[in-house]
Every structure is written in structure tokens, then in C-alpha cells.
Design a protein around this ligand. Structure first.
Ligand code: IPE
Ligand code: IPE
Ligand code: MG
Length: 246
């Protein structure tokens, strides 16, 4: 039986978050420059998105560029931004064919204008697609997001739209970049690093974490299926005891 057939489609995670890591090491292991790894990472994104669509995962959020990644050498940042523009341009067709709606979260105004323009065009073009929402976390960090949310709440209070007593989990969530999405139930990180790296800290509160040593450019839909199978074997207790479940 293939991996796909082992998945219980009734108990799919509705939202999967991915930290696509290991592009640089993948390239280095082949004696190539880091950018070669990033380019091959695009193939992995395509296959993973198609895999998610194939089984019916409605939300997929991928960490493409963190706030901290701006501190990388300038040539790598530039190469990543150029790759982003060309990828979005080329892949819009695949998104349309697969019924995928593109979305982006992060401090997008930091992106070069050509990037932002391409991104907004693809978001607009795919806006009526219904099978899966693919969110790119770009110039994103969770601490940035939480500070932004706090600032917006403070502004609402100052303007009298909100009372301090009305600040609760749901008003807070409404200010997050993921306000319209369910929390990720599964978080996958490739490349063997076992950390969160400032990704969706609030939203991952009860996510099942899955770490694999596979480097991102080698990741394919079967790796996604393997992660889901692992997820489906776990007991999610949310603070309760086993006997209380079901
Ligand atoms: C992930 O791969 C892609 C980005 C962070 C943009 P890396 O570039 O972090 O590759 P490694 O972790 O150095 O191998
Ligand atoms: C996290 O990977 C960010 C992305 C995958 C876009 P990094 O490679 O930047 O994270 P650290 O530095 O290993 O924590
Ligand atoms: Mg890395």
C-alpha cells in the first residue's frame, strides 16, 4: 500500500505549516552555491502543494523568508527576492490548474516593489480558487506579528472602538495575520533542525510538531504524506486525559 492510501482522509489536518529548511546545505553537499538549493526548493514547494491538493488539505502555510533572513549576505537576499518574483510568475499557472488560492503574511512592505507587485497580481488572479489556500510567510516573524497585533489593539482602545476589558483571545486572534484561518494542526520542519525560528508562535500552541532530516529540495508529496500518517497516530489531548477523549 502506498503512503497516500494509508492516510485517513476523514482526519486530515485542516492546516499544515511548513518550515522549508536546508536549501543551503543541500546545495553545499552537491558542491554548488546556496542559490542552487533555493532554486531546487521551488520544485519541492510545487510537489508539496500538489500533494496537499490531491488529498484535500485546505490550508498550507510555508515559511519562505523570515524577518531574520534579511540579515543574510546581500547577494543571497537579492537572489531570493529575484527567485520569488520569477517563481510566482511561472507558478501562477500551476496554482490555477490546482485550484490554489495564493495568500501572503508578513511585513510585506519590506519587499522590493517588483516582488510585491508580482505577488499582488498572483493573489488577485487566484482569489476565487477554492481547493486550497497556500500562504507564503514572507518577511514574516511571529514576534513582529504579535507586536503588530498589540499595536492595533492599543489603537482601537485609544479610538474608543474597543474597551480594555474586551481584549481576550478572540479579539487578539482577530488582529493576527492568520485571523481567517484555523490554527495549524501539524507543523513540519525539514533539515533536522528542531526549532521554531520565530514561526507562528501563537498559532502553533497545540500543533503536532514533525521534524525530518530530509533537506527541503528533496522533500516531495510522499514526505508530506508520511508526516500526516505520523500525525494521525498521535493522541491530541489538549490538556485532558485519554479517557475524556471521544
Ligand atoms: C531555507 O534554507 C530557505 C530560507 C531560509 C530562505 P536555508 O537557506 O536556511 O538553508 P540552510 O538551512 O542554510 O541549509
Ligand atoms: C527559518 O529557517 C526560515 C525559513 C525557512 C524561511 P532559517 O534557516 O532562517 O532558521 P535558523 O536560522 O536555522 O533558525
Ligand atoms: Mg536554514
Amino acid at each position: 500500500m502506498g503512503l497516500k492510501e494509508q492516510i485517513d482522509l476523514e482526519r486530515l489536518p485542516q492546516h499544515i505549516a511548513v518550515i522549508m529548511d536546508g536549501n543551503g546545505r543541500w546545495a553545499k553537499s552537491k558542491g554548488k552555491l546556496r542559490v542552487f538549493g533555493h532554486k531546487n526548493g521551488v520544485i519541492a514547494v510545487r510537489d508539496t502543494v500538489e500533494g496537499a491538493v490531491e488529498i484535500g488539505v485546505p490550508y498550507l502555510t510555508v515559511y519562505a523568508f523570515s524577518t531574520e533572513n534579511w540579515n543574510r549576505p546581500k547577494y543571497e537576499v537579492n537572489a531570493l527576492m529575484e527567485l520569488l518574483v520569477s517563481t510566482i510568475n511561472k507558478e501562477t499557472k500551476t496554482l490555477m490548474e490546482n485550484g490554489v488560492r495564493l495568500n501572503a503574511i508578513g511585513d510585506l512592505k519590506q519587499l522590493p516593489s517588483a516582488c510585491l507587485k508580482q505577488l499582488n497580481q498572483a493573489i488577485e488572479k487566484t482569489k476565487d480558487n477554492k481547493r486550497c489556500i497556500l500562504t507564503l510567510a514572507l518577511s514574516y516573524s511571529s514576534r513582529w506579528e504579535i507586536v503588530e497585533a498589540s499595536r492595533q489593539l492599543a489603537k482601537d482602545v485609544k479610538e474608543g472602538i474597543l474597551q480594555p476589558e474586551e481584549i481576550n483571545e478572540s479579539t487578539f486572534i482577530s488582529k493576527l495575520t492568520t485571523a481567517d484561518m484555523p490554527d495549524p494542526e501539524l507543523m513540519i520542519r525539514t533539515s533536522g533542525e528542531c526549532r521554531i525560528s520565530n514561526y507562528l508562535l501563537w498559532q502553533l500552541a497545540y500543533a503536532e510538531l514533525y521534524f525530518t532530516t530530509t533537506l527541503w529540495p528533496d522533500f516531495r508529496r510522499d514526505d508530506l504524506f508520511a508526516a500526516i500518517i505520523d500525525y494521525q497516530k498521535r493522541e491530541r489531548r489538549f490538556g485532558k486525559i485519554s479517557e475524556q477523549l471521544n
